[in-house]
Design a protein around this ligand. Structure first.
Ligand code: GDP
Ligand code: MG
Length: 849
């Protein structure tokens, strides 16, 4: 397997045989040494020490038979003797004799040898028995997974002994022996190991013989022998703290957790490389695994799990989201009460539109993030996540990645930043870089607001969940494609084998879950409090300055003209009501109402000016009603009021019950409304007709015209601003994707941080505080875009330029700007091409337009 470049001839080596009792160690020892052996005791203890010599291919081999042990802890004398021999005498090669018919239990010792990082050869002894029991090994894969050469032997028949010695010599001669596989013991443990290891590294005296990492693990495992060393206080304290923390968070002592991890690693390796053709499996974990990692059922179960997780996240998230939303609305109102109503103060606008709008729109997703991460933490801590990765492994192998990459990708669904950091668990640089590149394609939590804003606005209820699911799926598919592409174009060569750890299923502890959830939620919140706050302010400034003072159109004149048209249209109602054509009662009454609304705008509802405006109107109406034609006016106004109330109630019930037009329930409400209106009509059919005509043909076109004017003013201001200018600048490029300059402007915000997209869109549409649940924003979007374009917006946001924080993390983790820029440019290009294809083919085939 390993080839040494310069075949440096050696002529004398020492090897040690280790293995579980009854694995055939003595038998193999005898076969190797023949009669030339010596039996004695280890110095100072009554543990038998046997050693002997042999010669193989010109190399003198000194063989030591160590006591049989299951482990290398300091629990028994045998274990200690074996361990100390390995550490103190530093034999050139360790041969671990494994009972192949009981491979998982026997490999436990091997994992501990791997931890010591000693030159190791594995002898798969009793291979005859294993074969009889129907156990088959993929030797090449197993050897790659465990990072050591493996030789099959049949001890008592002397089979494989020569090959074993060949392997031993070749390992001994290999001067540039690659460091063995470093087992990852999981985030929660590794964190503490790193800390203690860092402290140990300063103690040169103690690290002469063993690696700081190994010492740190042993300290955590509460190893008697290692604890007896003369450790400085800070290390002892750090260890005690870590042990307490691990017990609190994971619910078990570090020894047990670490042992579980080792078994998990073994179990994973065996799932990959060992096949049972006959014997039934036994443990409960194995039984659960038979279903959950089943070749056929595994993937569907995984996808169903993910689907359930997302549904739960949204259903439960809705409630606290409402509270947060109301909280921010209240905050915004309270602040605006400090200014006169309708104030165009820049500071007020910065506070309410910029800061509360931007940060509030992000914080509102904390419940979603929290629930999603809680679900992920539970899946992780029960051990299912490892199975999910295992299930993905078969798929991942096909694209030259392995299941382990799947874990960072999964974390990527929360946030790309920790996900990219999580690629550290990958040993192989190529795998790590590919994973880093594709992590942003896992739709992160920050993109969720974009989907939750757009999906309900464009797709009927039944389609909402599937569309969301589809978007996540597209991200995964593109990631697979990109990984494949990178592998073909940038990295050539074989996929390296790896161990996928399969820990036993466990009941997660509340504390453990909460710690994971809190860590991630906090990360998100911190992003909201710092980066997003800063960006919100910058974005507000970009969309506010320079301020436009002279507009392209004379909006005051247009407003006045429209108001005059409105009033003269009201006069046209006179004949209908049988009021003399010259009479101005109708006009005066409705004009009074108009004036009231106008005047009230300068006040908050609790201010006296607000009340006074209403009193003024009431006085006018009272006076008008006194006149000759006043009776009809009173009925007319009363009827307008009644009709409006009935209609508003209907709209409110429809919205409250989320009814679709045409459904039976909708029709029921509709009928009820019509009945009520008929009753009103009966009381005075003539005036009723006039009132309906006023509401439908005069009032609502006028209201629409007014809001249109308002929008035009904002839109002119927006276009004039820096953000608008940039958005406009890139509009020609975005046009073929179905986007306009507003989306372009929001995309600029999205690059800063994905969650800014929604807030920015709100500002672009001049809607003050908006979040992903804003119906006003949805209505504006519905006006401007087709469902096809809306879908394309989501796809583009999913794939295009990851946020600045992601790029910065990629730069940091990959160690070069090259990769960060490849990620930024490459993903944006792919997003553009894919969106273009989707939009143009949608247009061509008339889908969603
Ligand atoms: P130790 O405790 O590891 O030293 O194990 P021993 O060398 O004493 O072997 C235990 C038993 O296993 C003996 O009866 C051996 O004959 C038997 N044995 C050793 N190697 C093999 C093998 O490859 N196949 C089979 N079937 N039996 C073996
Ligand atoms: Mg023996």
């Amino acid at each position: 397997m390993r080839k040494n470049k310069m075949s440096s001839k050696i002529n004398k080596i020492t090897i040690a045989l280790v293995g579980n009792p009854n694995s055939g160690k003595t038998t193999i020892f005898n076969k190797i040494t023949g009669e030339r052996q010596h039996v004695g005791n280890y110095a100072g203890v009554t543990v038998e020490k046997k050693d002997g010599y042999c010669e193989h291919k010109g190399v003198n081999i000194h063989v030591v038979d160590l006591p049989g042990t299951y482990s290398l802890t300091a629990f028994s004398l045998e274990e200690l003797v074996a361990r100390n021999f390995i550490i103190d005498e530093k034999p050139d090669v360790i041969v671990d004799i494994l009972d192949a018919s009981n491979i998982e239990r026997n490999l436990y010792l091997a994992t501990q040898l791997m931890e010591l990082n000693v030159p190791l050869v594995l002898a798969l002894n009793m291979s005859d028995t294993a074969k009889l029991r129907g156990i088959e090994f993929d030797l090449k894969l197993l050897s790659d997974l465990l990072g050591s050469p493996i030789v099959t032997t049949i001890g008592h028949k002397g089979k494989g002994i020569n090959e074993l010695l060949d392997a031993v010599i070749s390992v001994a001669e290999d001067e540039n022996r690659a460091p063995g596989i470093q087992m990852n013991l999981g985030r929660d443990i590794e964190k503490h190991i790193n800390k203690i290891q860092g402290l140990i590294e300063r103690e040169q005296k103690l690290t002469e013989k063993c690696s700081p990492r190994w010492l740190a693990i042993k300290l955590l495992e509460n190893d008697k022998e290692i604890h007896q060393e003369n450790w400085p206080d800070d290390i002892i304290q750090a260890t005690e703290k870590a042990v307490r923390r691990i017990e609190e968070v994971l619910g078990d002592s570090p020894e047990i957790i670490i042992a579980d991890k080792r078994y998990g690693i073994i179990s994973g390796a065996c799932q990959e490389a060992v096949r049972l053709t006959v014997e039934a499996r036994h443990t409960y974990s194995d039984k659960i695994d038979e279903v959950l990692t089943n070749r056929i059922l595994g993937l569907p179960i995984f996808f169903i799990m993910m689907y359930i997780v997302f549904q739960l996240t949204f259903a439960f998230g809705e409630i606290p989201m409402g509270w947060i939303e109301n909280g921010f609305a209240f905050l915004g109102d309270s602040i605006s009460y400090l200014w006169p109503n309708g104030s165009d103060s820049l500071l007020l606008s910065l506070l309410v539109d910029g800061i509360i709008g931007g940060v509030g729109g992000v914080i509102v997703f904390v419940p979603n993030i929290f629930l999603l991460f809680m679900a992920i933490a539970i899946l992780e801590d029960t051990g299912y996540m490892a199975r999910a990765a295992f299930n993905m492994d078969r798929l991942m192998h096909k694209i030259g990645l392995h299941g382990k990459s799947f874990i960072p990708m999964l974390v990527g669904f929360g946030c790309s930043v920790p996900a990219i950091m999580a690629t550290r668990t990958l040993e192989n640089r190529r795998d790590r870089l590919i994973t880093m590149m594709i992590v942003p394609l896992m739709s992160c939590g920050a993109r969720l607001p974009i989907y939750t804003l757009i999906i309900p606005a464009f797709f009927p209820q039944v389609w909402q969940a599937p569309i969301l699911w589809l978007i996540y799926l597209i991200g995964i598919m593109v990631a697979i494609g990109v990984a494949k592409l990178l592998r073909i174009a940038v990295f050539k060569g074989e996929s390296s084998a790896f161990v996928m750890e399969l820990p036993p299923y466990r009941i997660p502890t509340l504390k453990g879950v909460m710690v994971h959830v809190w860590e991630r939620t906090w990360l998100y919140l911190r992003k909201a409090g710092t980066v997003i706050l800063a960006i919100s302010i910058v974005m507000w400034a970009l969309s506010t300055f320079p301020q436009k003072t002279v507009y392209d159109h004379d909006y005051d004149a247009i407003t006045e003209q429209s108001t005059n048209d409105y009033l003269s249209a009201i006069r046209g109602l006179n004949p209908l009501l049988d009021i003399s054509p010259q009479s101005t009662v109708l006009v005066d009454a409705l004009h009074a109402e108009y004036n009231m609304i106008e005047e009230q705008q300068a006040f908050h509802p609790f201010e006296t000016g607000f009340e006074m405006a209403e009193q003024k109107k009431n006085k006018t109406i009272d006076r008008l009603v006194q006149s000759e034609e006043g009776k009809k006016l009173a009925v007319f106004l009363e009827m307008i009021e009644q009709i409006s109330v009935v209609r508003n109630n209907f709209d409110a019930s429809i919205e409250q019950n989320e009814l679709e037009t045409g459904t039976t329930k909708y029709l029921l409400f509709d009928q009820e409304k019509d009945h009520t209106l008929e009753a009103i009509e009966k009381s005075n059919p003539v005036i009723y007709q006039a009132a309906v005509k006023y509401i439908d043909d005069i009032k609502s076109p006028y209201d629409e015209k007014m809001s249109e004017i308002n929008q035009l003013i904002h839109s002119e201001q927006m276009t004039y601003s820096i953000a608008g200018r940039i958005g406009k600048g890139i509009e020609p490029v975005l046009k073929p994707l179905g986007f306009d300059w507003k989306i372009g402007t929001a995309l600029i915000g999205a690059f800063a941080a994905k969650e800014v997209f929604v807030a920015q869109l709100g500002i672009v549409y001049s809607l003050g505080e908006t979040d992903a649940k804003s119906d006003a924003l949805r209505q504006k979007l519905q006006k401007d875009f087709t469902p096809l374009a809306a879908f394309c917006i989501m796809i583009f946001c999913l794939i295009s330029a990851p946020c600045m924080a992601t790029i910065a993390t990629t730069r940091q983790e990959s160690g070069s700007w090259k990769w960060a820029m490849l990620q930024l440019g490459g993903l944006t290009l792919i997003a553009y091409i894919l969106t273009l294809v989707i939009y143009q083919s949608g247009l061509l085939f008339g889908i969603g337009i």
